[in-house]
Design a protein around this ligand. Structure first.
Ligand code: ZN
Length: 197
């Protein structure tokens, strides 16, 4: 039950998407009276122990999207560039090699640095694409131009909402509806959103 439970989308007080939390964390926010307002159609009720005093069972109901009050949330920096990891990078690039256009599973893809790190290229969203092992091997320590390869798509930094879409494979439809409003209309992530809907 726990592992299959959907994650709850938290927003800051102003409605900016923040992060996914487990239902336990969501219940903690409710219990601490930190939920400022809620959105979303889905509601989940979780039951605690039976109170010895009243004999009734405690329960907390959480909406699928909750806005959290307090400075603690704001301090964590919403405008930060999301951390770069292969899982999210490959999802950003829809598991398509940036050089040959083939679609590959996770294990057959690599993080290609468009300008190689050894040549001063950064390990950053803007300088990386998913590349299959074959293409990466051909490219070696060269730029695409030097290797005679053409980059099929341009890299970009996912914004917060895009990153949240990339990191959760079980997004509820009301959560997805909310997140796509924060994604630019040309984002490739929208194709993931379409596939999930
Ligand atoms: Zn390839």
């Amino acid at each position: 039950m726990t592992s299959n439970a959907p994650l709850i989308l938290t927003l800051d007080y102003h409605g900016v998407p923040h992060r996914w939390v487990t239902w336990q964390q969501a219940c903690f926010y409710y219990a601490k009276n930190l939920v400022a307002w809620t959105l979303g159609e889905a509601a989940f009720t979780y039951y605690g122990g039976v109170s010895r005093a009243t004999g009734s069972r405690s329960s907390i109901t959480t909406q699928s999207i909750i806005a959290i009050r307090g400075k603690a949330m704001a301090m964590k920096g919403f405008s930060q560039v999301p951390p770069l990891s292969n899982r999210e990078l490959f999802r950003r690039d829809r598991h398509i090699c940036g050089y040959c256009g083939g679609e590959f599973g996770f294990l057959r893809l690599t993080r290609d640095h468009i300008t190689p790190v050894s040549r001063g290229g950064r390990d950053h969203w803007m300088n990386v694409v998913a590349a299959c092992r074959h293409c990466n091997g051909m490219k070696r320590n060269r730029t695409p131009q030097e290797a005679g390869l053409e980059l099929l798509y341009t890299p970009y930094v996912p914004n917060k909402a895009e990153y949240l879409i990339l990191t959760n494979r079980k997004i509820l439809s009301d959560q997805m509806e909310f997140l796509v409003q924060h994604v630019s209309s040309h984002s490739r992530v929208l194709k993931l959103a379409g596939a999930a809907a």
